[in-house]
Design a binder for this molecule. Structure first.
Ligand SMILES: Nc1ncnc2c1ncn2[C@@H]1O[C@H](COP(=O)(O)OP(=O)(O)OP(=O)(O)O)[C@@H](O)[C@H]1O
Ligand SMILES: Cc1ncsc1CCO
Ligand SMILES: [Mg+2]
Length: 285
């Protein structure tokens, strides 16, 4: 897949709007092999954006179903040995069918089993890997150790160099969520400066935005970098707009989904904020 020509001068807001409009028009089918905690918010995020989610994870069904999906999302959040073979086969079938697939390496550094599983999935060449700062740093170094489980103890900007080396090693796009969502193809880096801190207080918003990335990449698989940055920014915009009426995490969850559903062109053009970070170098690897 072509991952080049990421212009520093790109006008991002119209790109994000064009992709959201295409997503709503085409309603891509997104197969999700995701964790038990996230299934509801992932499916509802995809539906409110205009995509069609299917939580189908049985290995017996993958040869029949996966070739018909427009994109696949694999998430290791509640990984167990009986799910891993289905994840690997689904990644292989998606690739063989020419479909993009996105990996969310939840808590990659929490155990040797989980790290090995994530590395085996990375070997199957995800189109995009999206994690939080701690996950991307752990995965890029293949290091297992002190983690706070699924939560990050690193700022996304401090994972920039780790993200670049993981992108180079994997051949895919790498995104790191946080106050600034960092996206890289291994050469260029952009930041999506949308969202609100309360989004971290809703479980599985990261899983939800990974699935949204899969939906965006489904409608423009040749421009996975642009699709990834746009999905992250749009999800952040929905969070910002949702926060205008929310009282806390629980009502933000509801209002974020409502805002994502209702986003119009003016909202997207006035709020999407994606900038080049090529001049910024991270101090922590
Ligand atoms: N400080 C912040 N300011 C603005 N937005 C944020 C902030 N922190 C996280 N977000 C947004 O919240 C969403 C989830 O990101 P986060 O880094 O919390 O993912 P995660 O740790 O993988 O979450 P989970 O494991 O619960 O799915 C992203 O859309 C991100 O942009
Ligand atoms: C809390 C939690 N534990 C495993 S997966 C998950 C959802 C956020 O990643
Ligand atoms: Mg996560």
């Amino acid at each position: 897949m072509e991952q080049i020509n990421v212009s520093e001068h790109i006008e991002w807001a119209p790109v994000a709007w064009t992709l959201l409009a295409k997503l709503r028009l085409e309603s891509p089918l997104v197969q999700c092999i995701t964790n038990f905690v996230s299934m509801d918010i992932v499916a509802n995020t995809l539906l409110s954006a205009g995509a069609s989610p299917a939580m189908i994870h049985s290995i017996e069904e993958i040869p029949d179903f996966t070739p018909h999906a427009h994109a696949l999302c694999i998430n290791t959040g509640t990984l167990s040995p009986d799910w891993l073979p289905a994840m690997k086969v689904a990644a292989e079938v998606a690739t063989a069918s020419g479909k993009p697939w996105v990996l969310d390496p939840v808590a990659a550094g929490a155990s040797g089993f989980r790290m090995r599983a994530c590395l085996e999935l990375v070997q199957r060449k995800p189109t995009v890997i999206r994690g939080n700062g701690s996950e991307i740093i752990a995965l890029s170094k293949a290091s297992v150790g002190t983690t706070k489980g699924v939560d990050s103890t690193h700022e996304s900007m401090d994972a920039m160099e780790a993200a670049k080396s993981l992108a180079q090693a994997s051949g895919g796009i790498v995104a790191v969520s946080g106050a600034v969502d960092v996206v890289t193809d291994g050469q260029h880096v952009v930041g999506a400066h949308n969202g609100v801190p309360t989004m971290q207080k809703i479980t599985a918003t990261g899983c939800a935005v990974t699935a949204l990335i899969a939906a965006f990449v489904a409608v423009d698989p040749l421009h996975a970098f642009e699709a990834t940055a746009s999905a992250l920014s749009i999800f952040g915009v929905a969070g910002e707009m949702g926060m205008e009426t929310a009282k806390g995490p629980s009502s933000l969850r509801m209002h974020l989904i409502d805002s994502l559903y209702g986003l119009d062109q003016a909202d997207v053009l006035s709020r999407v904020k994606i900038t080049s970070l090529d001049e910024i170098r991270s101090s922590v690897n």
